[in-house]
Design a protein. Structure first.
Length: 510
């Protein structure tokens, strides 16, 4: 009797077990990645240990220990995942189908590793300078997180809503603190006898909410804000737009009270990106105008509150914030608010209500104004060019002392510019210009900027900072250039550049 066509004994059970193994590994690795993303987006922003006494260290502890615990577990699960999918050659597919961004990330990891191997101070290069903690161990953690999240995380609206809820709490705390309402008593340290003592004014000005320094806070704030803007832009449900609108308003309120100049630049860039996409549809442009109104109305509202309750404003040790006052209280911004409001009324009530007699649809099409994208880019380039020229002229005292431009500190790029960034950047350029051939290409080592200062700029740094050490250029690109050289800067920049080009191409082809 022929056995042709019969299934071998036990093969059905074997296939069932293999399928169950695949499903289990797939589920576990995605679940762990989802938990990690939730923890970083929702819990991390609110996590504290000893308030502002160790806010930076506390955030690092959460990021590093949770991160490496999760990554170790994920690496084990990934090995099991590869074993379960051995017949599919999953690893080979990851290599052959790697995106340009994946290649850039891998290239950066290789350069970072080489920079670490040849670093002058292996201890600093591995864990990073104390307080900054951006050594190879942290960079490798970022790379692992990128790989697992990009490959295994499924977009989860619930996680993002929770992240924005946490961000809203962070925003609200910041706004209240700037009006001297510190209900969490973050500006007070507990003493041994159980009493509280308030921090000095200089610390109150520099620290805010559950993030710590205002520079750290503004970085987080401008990163999480676009998620709420995207939610408002894309969701037509009334409840969603109300909640996302409140989130955006809180974000705008916090950014115009923490006195971070770079935050305003970030807001402008974010709005330019949204304008680029908004010009694709009538509804999208309407949402863009509404978001613009939320920002402008919030700025004006905060300005009114600051005028009404001056006694509740915190003491600014560094002096009056002219940019913040301009944004919140100037006549120019009031005119901008009224102009956008008028445009919105005309757009919504008149233009969007015009109908084509033949089709019965709206005859107005915002896509006809796509040329405004070019106008926006050209205008931005002109503003940047003029600003650079003014900075050069003011710094070199090419205007008379009686000129209004002469005393604008923002345009005077001296060593004290930008809270000492002028000095820091000059030292970074000097260190790089004096670097060895090895340091030129791969740097002095991950997060070893301090070593470079000690080697090439010791006297200047000691004199300017009165014996303190300069551990960071306070400029992402200069810091990377010194720490990991030209190759490190190139691969690091490529990650963002390639991602941006990809998004831009997708938008143009849609």
């Amino acid at each position: 009797m022929s056995s042709k066509g019969k299934r071998p004994s036990g093969s059905g059970k074997k296939n069932t077990k293999e399928t169950a193994f695949k499903q289990t590994t797939d589920y576990l690795i995605k679940m762990v990645v989802s938990v990690y993303v939730f923890a970083m987006l929702v819990i991390y922003p609110l996590y504290m240990e000893k308030k502002y006494l160790n806010m930076g260290d506390a955030k690092y502890h959460f990021f590093f220990y949770l991160g490496w615990t999760v990554m170790a577990l994920l690496l084990i699960l990934f090995i099991l995942y590869l074993c379960a999918h051995m017949d599919e050659d999953i690893f080979g597919k990851y290599i052959t189908h790697a995106s340009s961004t994946d290649v850039a990330v891998m290239a950066f990891m290789m350069i970072s590793f080489i920079s670490f191997l040849f670093a002058h101070d292996k201890s600093m290069a591995s864990m990073g300078y104390g307080g900054w903690y951006m050594g190879f161990a942290s960079q490798l953690l970022f790379i692992f997180a990128y790989f697992f999240v990009s490959k295994f995380w499924d977009w989860n609206p619930t996680t993002m809503i929770c992240a924005m809820f946490a961000g809203g709490i962070v925003y609200l705390i910041a706004v209240l603190q700037r009006f001297d309402i510190d209900f969490l008593r973050l500006y007070e340290n507990i003493q041994e006898d159980g009493s509280y003592i308030k921090l000095a004014d200089e610390y109150i000005e520099k620290f805010v909410s559950t993030l710590g320094q205002t520079t750290w806070y503004s970085s987080y704030a401008v990163l999480i804000l676009p998620f709420g803007m995207f939610w408002y832009y894309n969701d037509d449900r009334k409840v969603s737009r109300i909640l996302s609108g409140i989130f955006v308003a809180l974000g705008a309120a916090s950014l115009c009270t923490v006195n971070s100049d770079s935050a305003y630049v970030a807001i402008m860039l974010i709005m330019m990106v949204f304008f680029w996409f908004a010009i694709e549809s009538n509804q999208g442009f309407k949402r863009f105008l509404e978001l613009s109104l939320i920002f402008l109305l919030t700025f004006r509202f905060i300005g009114i509150l600051q005028t009404m309750f001056p006694e509740r404003m915190i003491t600014l040790i560094t002096g009056e914030e002219k940019i913040t006052n301009f944004v919140n209280k100037s006549t120019f911004m009031l005119i901008a608010l009224l102009a956008v409001l008028a445009l919105y009324i005309v757009y919504d009530i008149v233009l969007l209500k015009t109908t084509d007699e033949k089709t019965g649809r709206c005859s107005f099409d915002i896509k006809k104004f796509k040329f405004l994208r070019v106008v926006m880019v050209v205008a931005a380039c002109l503003v940047i060019t003029v600003t650079v020229i003014l900075i050069v002229m003011v710094t070199n005292r090419m205007f008379p002392a009686s000129s209004a431009l002469y005393n604008i500190s923002f345009l005077d790029f001296n060593i004290d510019w930008g809270n000492c960034r002028g000095f820091n950047w000059r030292m970074a350029v000097k260190a790089f210009s004096h670097s060895s051939l090895k340091d030129f290409f791969i740097g002095v080592g991950p997060d070893c900027f301090a070593y470079s200062m000690d080697t090439y700029c010791a006297e200047e740094v000691a004199s300017y900072y009165h014996g303190l050490q300069l551990a960071c250029a306070h400029n992402e690109w200069l810091n990377m250039l010194v720490a990991e050289g030209v190759l490190g800067l190139f691969t690091y920049t490529a990650i963002s550049a390639i991602s941006s080009v990809y998004v831009l191409r997708r938008s143009l082809s849609s």
